[in-house]
Design a protein around this ligand. Sequence first.
Ligand code: BTN
Length: 327
Amino acid sequence: MTERPRSDDVLSTLRNHPDFVSGADIASSLGITRAAVWKQIAKLRDSGYTIDASPAKGYRLTATPEYSIEEVRAGLGHLKFFPLKNIRFFTSLPSTNSTAAELVASEGADGLIVVADHQTAGRGRLARTWFSPPGVNIYMSAALRPDMPPKDATILTLLAGVAAASALREQTGVNIRLKWPNDLLVGSKKLGGILTEMRAIPDRIQFAVIGIGINVNAHIADLPVDIHTLATSIADEAGAVYSRSMILSALIKSLDTWLAILSTQGKMPVISEWLKLSCTIGKTVSVLQGNTTVTGIAEDVDNEGFLLVRQSDGTLCSVYAGDVLHV
Ligand code: BTN
């Protein structure tokens, strides 16, 4: 059974009583003390809930925050890979990937999710900065201990892309496509990205951290001018503002579902879904891999998730990393 934190129980009791409910009634229905109720009410207020308190009548919920751990958890059922107590929310962090790596290393947890409303040193691939303003977007990292060798790690990036694109397409209807290996695009503009990092010994991954950044409610016109032509957001594409809690719940559930598919059915279902969502296959691409540029038609991905590029001399080149340009 999924263990739910007490603040979730207090919150659902408040939700079930649109009018006031007394502290004594909450305490007896949940089998906890009135002091514990008070502590959970204070925690909910810290998360942004507005809760009226009257000495005579008790407590009443009057406003719910757009983004909070309780709202995210309320949208999650049972998860196979991420116990609810291992989903952590922070107001601001340098980078959710760094905190997830620290926590999974120190706590030894199997599956852990770190979310921040704001990142002060968000990282993208190839040492780029991931612009992470507060109040508008999703920044999350999932830490896992997959039983696989480091050479298989590309599949985790493709899996995260499939999980994110399918959840976001379902929630918002925006036509998101995947560019190998890790970009979520709408047309040619970037809506999100994935940064997979890991700690490994030669033949085994000790832990992997999958970082996902999604531009949700940011208006790109309000962001630095150098990304105006390169980036987009769900709000800009859909013309509507979305609840980040709802989107993040869907994203976490989708990640959990696809990890279960990977662990029971192997890589093929992930690769075939990735191919359906991809906008890279069939395109002429140019990839800078180390010091060499590989140019040709992106034909397929292999069993490892590497991109197969047919060059003009007919040879098929397997690309395992690098920056892909659609040309
Ligand atoms: C890219 O497209 O280059 C990858 C971007 C990944 C950004 C996310 S935001 C959450 C997590 N924390 C980070 O510092 N980076 C990833």
